[in-house]
Design a protein around this ligand. Structure first.
Ligand code: ADP
Ligand code: ADP
Length: 228
């Protein structure tokens, strides 16, 4: 589904962020990228939606080199969830969730109906939370809206960069569990960045363990934990 072939990224200032990465993520697989700050995880993800161009190598999605893809079309196929979910403060939760369908030309009613479904799926009653504004939700609830919004256009791929990083540990575990339950029904191809090895092990079908700019191990949670 997503395939990196000898991908390197050198920033204009000479920093090598990732160095000769090759790996493959299967359709419906959740791969966690784990490692200390500055080892190239975010750079890896941002190359998938072409916010960053590789310096060399190529990235294939469904066998097609994304360098030739239209970025807008590409991002339609990719949901993106970040730590500081940027919700529009003056729009309701329902309309925030409907952002992408509305941008891609869906009629208002259909986009809102879809948004309500998605809010329900992430555990927020659309009747209760749909009419509220972002400031009226907790951090964890806003993260759920971020997930719902990213899923609204039903993209086959989800990129998640520290999606549960901004919430307290108890809420984080609950969000992790909820996301896994959700993933078991929606089966997206997911890349999830975290610096928390426990989160990587808990969430990942496989784990990419990063060192400086490289993947040092790419294996199942059991293998990464060193089980026989
Ligand atoms: P991580 O997500 O693992 O924290 P990043 O991919 O953000 O790592 O960064 C990898 C390396 O690239 C770091 O050394 C970082 O300082 C550097 N880097 C990231 N973005 C830029 C940039 N725009 N220009 C120069 N160096 C950058
Ligand atoms: P805006 O930039 O208009 O404030 P956001 O950045 O909050 O909007 O993103 C709105 C939606 O667009 C998000 O749910 C996300 O799925 C999608 N999106 C935003 N940036 C990207 C990106 N770089 N790649 C893929 N999808 C993106």
């Amino acid at each position: 589904m997503i395939r990196f072939e000898q991908v390197s990224k050198v920033y204009p200032d000479g920093t090598t962020a990732v160095d000769d990465l090759s790996f493959e993520v299967a359709e419906g697989e959740l791969v966690t990228l784990v490692g200390p700050s500055g080892c190239g995880k975010t750079t890896t993800m941002m190359m998938v939606n072409r916010l960053i161009q590789p310096s060399s190598g190529r990235i294939l999605m469904d066998g097609e080199d994304i360098a030739g893809a239209d970025p807008v079309e590409l991002r339609r196929r990719i949901g993106y969830v970040i730590q500081q979910v940027g919700l529009f403060p003056h729009r309701t939760i329902l309309d925030n969730t409907a952002t992408v369908p509305l941008l891609t030309g869906w009629k208002k009613d259909r986009a809102r109906a879809r948004a309500a479904e998605l809010l329900d799926l992430v555990g927020l009653d659309p009747k209760v939370y749909g009419p509220r504004y972002p400031a009226q939700l907790s951090g964890g609830q806003r993260q759920r809206v971020g997930v719902a919004r990213a899923l609204a256009a039903d993209p086959p791929v989800l990129l998640m960069d520290e999606p549960f990083g901004a919430v307290d540990p108890v809420a984080r575990e609950r969000l992790q569990d909820e996301f896994l339950t959700l993933q078991s029904t929606v089966r997206k191809t997911v890349l999830l960045v975290t610096h928390d090895i426990e989160e990587a092990v808990r969430m990942g079908d496989r784990i990419a363990v990063y060192g400086q700019g490289r993947i040092e191990q790419f294996d199942s949670p059991a293998a990464v934990l060193g089980a026989p």
